[in-house]
Design a protein around this ligand. Sequence first.
Ligand SMILES: [Zn+2]
Length: 470
Amino acid sequence: MRMLNHPDRLLPADPNVRAVARRLLAEVEHLPIVSPHGHTDPRWYAENAAFPDPARLFVVPDHYVFRMLYSQGVPLEALGVPRRDGGATEQDGRAIWRLFAAHYHLFRGTPTRLWLDHAFATLFGLEERLGPDNADRHYDIIAEHLARDDYRPRALFERFNIEVIATTESPLDELKWHAMIRESGWGGRVVTAYRPDPVVDPAFEGFRDNLAKLGDMTGEDTFSYQGYLEAHRKRRAFFKSFGATSSDHGHPTAATFDLDPVEAEALFRRVTGNAPVSAEDAELFRGQMLTEMAAMSLDDGLVLQIHPGALRNHNGAVFARHGRDMGADVPTATDYVHALRPLLERFGNETDLTVVLFTLDETAYARELAPLAGHYPALRLGPAWWFHDSPEGMKRFREMTTETAGFYNTVGFNDDTRAFPSIPARHNVARRIDCGFLANLVCEHRLDEDEAAEVARDLAYGLAKRAYKL
Ligand SMILES: [Zn+2]
């Protein structure tokens, strides 16, 4: 039987290349984790309460997991995913787990399978592949561990060797969990990141109410453009006081605009008025705000991350029943070359600004992203993201970007996850794939092994720390 966590997993199959990859991996496998972008819940670290049960740790919160079961006809309610109307959903963790185990074969060949097996083996000592026959045994073993003090969030954070982790919060968040973490005196470093979509995107649910709340929180008149921008400056400063070093923008496209002040004011009045906002104005405003945020970044130093190209809530019925982030976000073709030009015309040559670009459109890697990042000092490429946070996705990223952008216009790895136990697995996968890629360069005599070792350390650790100023 296959080991759940084979020591050579994901390394090149060719023995000569694998030997080099093993040596490189030995240098980086146990480096601390720097996680500059992710979505874990700061409440876990603040309260340090035990995770309730295996299903509520591995299944219910993880859209990578439940979207796959949903695609095969399993209702989200049966997996315990909450309904917006408070309607009935499965509450019994064991029943959810059995359903999950009965469908575990669906994850064959997927990165989710690698992450889950890694966690099962390293955290709970499980050696058998999960399936319907051992579902209860696995459940019991995991549940027993989760009840122990050394499996609470802070202990796991330390066990995972996390040097620093960023969470993501809206400007409307009071950051009370971050305050609680700070007051607790615990040494784990948890920082926030500024994600202003709810107050930057006129198409976001409750946009006008959100602006009103932003006004209440900052004492600014957020229905005047200057007051609105000042409110952002204040919230960014507040987020920085809780360790934020970045902002994050999840727009449908990478569009940026640089309107003159009169046009920008008029646009602001249109998107905040009582009349319905046109799709064109919404796009224009989001794009204008990316440029405004870049201007603020030059003042306050926050790294600006652009995460475009997801068509959110593609499935209207699932959105109506369950809300956002339910595995129904789907990639779209994304233009960068034309879209980013207004922002780059103004700020692209700034060496004190860092704009990190992500993509869900792999066709943009070699055609657009690597040529842009290989030229503009302000640009860096984020790692293979979301649907491409996978062994093949990471290989394609390196293959398609390295020859034009090099390694040093990339920013190392982001786990970008809300699935806490998958964090070490995801970083481990990235380290293995990068070591395999570098080992190939060494074996083709394109890079010396000592250089490859240095690059491997930078990709695993140094670049993320430097790019995100952590
Ligand atoms: Zn993210």
